[in-house]
Design a protein around this ligand. Structure first.
Ligand code: SAH
Length: 396
């Protein structure tokens, strides 16, 4: 088998079972591997310490499949990893009903770097994000068809990270009945329409499932401002919880249209809701000029920090919007604020939110710490999997 030979001392992270091998850690490559091929990973003494997929186009040159050099990386290996992940979800009570939506497989955290599988009712939506995952795609798709015979499969591998791996973007129906443009799912008793072809990620923010229950709990008789509403998942939860009014802001008219449909689908009173196509940063300032106030504000922006270089600028954007939001809260109100930037850790995010309150002249207390739902687990050997964090801050 072809080999990656590590520089002296560079096996340390692998011995702690961290699955990434960067180009700077590699002393030599033996053989002529093709993209995605399985390689032995050897330390400087020549000892095999892992088996990894080869990603020649990326700075992340290798991703470990297994730390057991004796194991054979074949379809059976993938079947075992997939089945184990599905069984973990079932053991958590997730995905048990036919129109459930959940992340069935979460990449490194489930032991296969570069592979995402989400289920929306009768459709599996996959993303193959690394050369290794792409190499094994035919086997993985075959296993999925055997495991879920009645379900359709759609490949939503049309994401930027594929380019870093030298892979073209792809978005296509693969197996089963061709899914429609709007798939109806049920989550916590609420219904949502999901556009798996054009929606963000694989169509829906499954990682916010538990936090939607939180807003439902806190929304009663509140005037809610739902910033970055996307398809209105938080709005549905707030209305279901008895909100007095919900103002939804998003820069996309398309997603606001789906948000309205989602509220109607749940027989909620759409007349208490407004849908505003606007830039949140500008709109928060406009509300401040108009001296408009709210009782509960949700800030769930897109990932504002994509790289280490963008950290300072992104941190400033988080601080700015949180400050504006604090200023718009009535006494006793609540800010539910999130960051899905993995490069911004919880501690720093908390500091940003604290500084924002200070600048807005508000005193607040964190009453809930929020995160990604259980189908987006954080493997202990892979802390990078923790990306979504949030706080419920109650202000004086
Ligand atoms: N809270 C949503 C997910 C938010 S995703 C949920 O639970 O489903 C982020 C959303 O922000 C996207 O819909 C995107 O269209 C929108 N967006 C991005 N930048 C924006 C901006 N500056 N102003 C308003 N909306 C923006």
């Amino acid at each position: 088998m072809n080999s990656i030979i590590l520089k002296a001392g560079r096996q340390k992270s692998l011995l702690r079972k961290h699955p990434w091998i960067f180009s700077g850690a590699i002393a030599d490559v033996q053989g002529k591997p093709v993209a995605g091929e399985t390689m032995q990973v050897r330390d400087a003494s020549g000892k095999v310490i892992a088996l990894a997929a080869w990603s020649p186009a990326s700075q992340m040159r290798g991703r470990v499949w297994s730390f057991d050099p004796e194991v054979s990386i074949d379809p059976e290996f993938f079947r075992n990893r997939l089945q184990a992940a599905f069984a973990r979800r079932a053991a958590l009570g997730l995905g048990l009903h036919s129109d459930a939506a959940l992340r069935l497989f979460f990449s490194e955290s489930d032991g296969l770097p570069g592979l995402i599988i989400d289920r929306y009712a009768g459709v599996l939506v996959c993303q193959f994000l690394s050369a290794g995952a792409e190499y094994w795609r035919p086997s993985i798709l075959e296993i999925l068809q055997q495991q879920f015979p009645g379900l359709a499969i759609y490949d939503r591998s049309d994401v930027e990270v594929r380019e870093k791996e030298g892979l073209p973007k792809r978005s296509e129906h693969v197996a089963g009945k061709e899914p429609g443009d709007r798939i109806s799912i049920t989550e916590n008793g609420m219904k949502f329409l999901v556009d798996i072809r054009h929606g963000h990620k694989t169509g829906f923010y499954l990682d916010q499932r538990d936090n939607r229950l939180k807003i439902q709990q806190y929304a009663k008789d509140r005037d809610v401002l739902n910033c970055f509403s996307y398809t209105g998942a938080f709005a549905v939860a707030a209305c279901a919880g008895g909100a007095r009014s919900v103002m939804n802001i998003d820069s996309s008219a398309t997603v606001l249209g789906i948000a309205k449909e989602n509220l109607q689908l749940n027989n909620l009173d759409v007349s208490t809701c407004e849908f505003l196509e606007a830039n949140v940063f500008e709109q928060l300032r406009a509300y401040r000029r108009q001296q408009k106030q709210f009782d509960l504000i949700v800030l769930d922006p897109p990932k504002l920090i994509e790289s280490k270089e963008a950290l300072t600028r992104g941190a400033r954007a988080y601080k700015d919007m949180n400050m504006q939001a604090f200023a718009l809260l009535r006494p006793g109100g609540m800010l539910m604020t999130f960051s899905c930037s993995g490069l911004l850790d919880t501690q720093l995010f908390q500091k940003i939110v604290a500084d924002a309150a200070l600048d807005a002249g508000r005193q607040g207390r964190i009453v809930e710490r929020l995160g990604q739902s259980a189908d987006h687990p954080v493997a202990l050997n892979f802390p990078e999997a923790e990306y979504l964090k949030g706080f419920c801050v109650q202000v004086d």
